[in-house]
Design a protein around this ligand. Sequence first.
Ligand SMILES: [Zn+2]
Ligand SMILES: [Zn+2]
Length: 384
Amino acid sequence: MLVLHMILWLNAFISYHTETVMSTTQFSSESRGQYKAKAYAAASAKSPLAPTTIPRRDPGEHDVQIEILFCGICHSDLHQVRNEWSGIPTVYPCVPGHEIVGRVTKVGSAVTKFKPGDLAAVGCLVDSDGNCHECQAGLEQFCPHMTLTYNSPDVHLGGVTYGGYSDSIVVKEHFVLGVPSNLNIAGVAPLLCAGITTYSPMRHWGVTKGKKVGVVGLGGLGHMAVKFAHALGSHVVVFTTSPNKKEDALRLGADDVVISRNTDQMSKHVDSFDFILDAVSAEHDINAYIQLLRRDGNITLVGAPDKPHDVSALSLLFKRRSLSGSLIGGIAETQEMLDFCGKHNITADVEVIPIQKVNEAYERLSSADVKYRFSIDMASLKSQ
Ligand SMILES: [Zn+2]
Ligand SMILES: [Zn+2]
């Protein structure tokens, strides 16, 4: 996840610095009012998150204003807040959060899909140019001019965008998602990053009924992958280094659990998988999983270890196996994922916390002490 988000940021950063002059001219005529929203922000890499107020733009004709009810805590939030991406500075104050769910409070005159009172969600993106090849293909996550939900240049108010650790947000309608009404919304929040990050590659690589699917790593991403693969009708095998995760993996929908350090257990699955999702960000031997793929099988990375993987070309050549990566998903596919979750009653397993416990949650996230995602109850921000 880490490097993927670095690339997202770099893209936004480069576009900003190459187009500052144009943007200033282009958007000055659009300048409009703003209001103050409550938020939690980090003032520096070493500061804990603390209460503050931030500016939000008054909704324009294409905008939707959302009262935020829950916001998930993604690993990227922690890395960005602590400025852990070398050479890519975090702009402070930093308000993280890109797993946002809430209720619409106001819409612009040109908005057609939402009305006040609707449930709505926002993920990792809040804007893109809308006319490049990627946007035309509905793949806004690859747009060279996309705007990330936080720490991306804000063309409306200047400075950078502020994320979901806040009581409200204003987002262009195209980037606002509808939320099925039957789901527990605290558990919906993480679907906006952890959910789409795992759903998108499964759809791309044709995970369906009867396929054999592996999930490497059972954390925030992995636990969503297991739920999706199971709901899509596949035979799901979880690979983990921790034997004590077996019971939970089976509860989440796995058909089998393999302790990845056990070579006997691993060898039983050689040449058998159609698809493997690798969600591990720690260093590990990817060749051990490539050899488990059948002919034309694919392994997709959604975790990004700091050190490059050492990959055996021969194990790819024989059996025409492929290795690829994937990054969140486009807006249309994110909506498809939420609708799929509504139909199959899928949400993330969350531990709900008040915003006042966010710094403690970061410490626990650092040591992987959460099953499987923190979701912040933003009602707690009202009393702040
Ligand atoms: Zn994320
Ligand atoms: Zn674009």
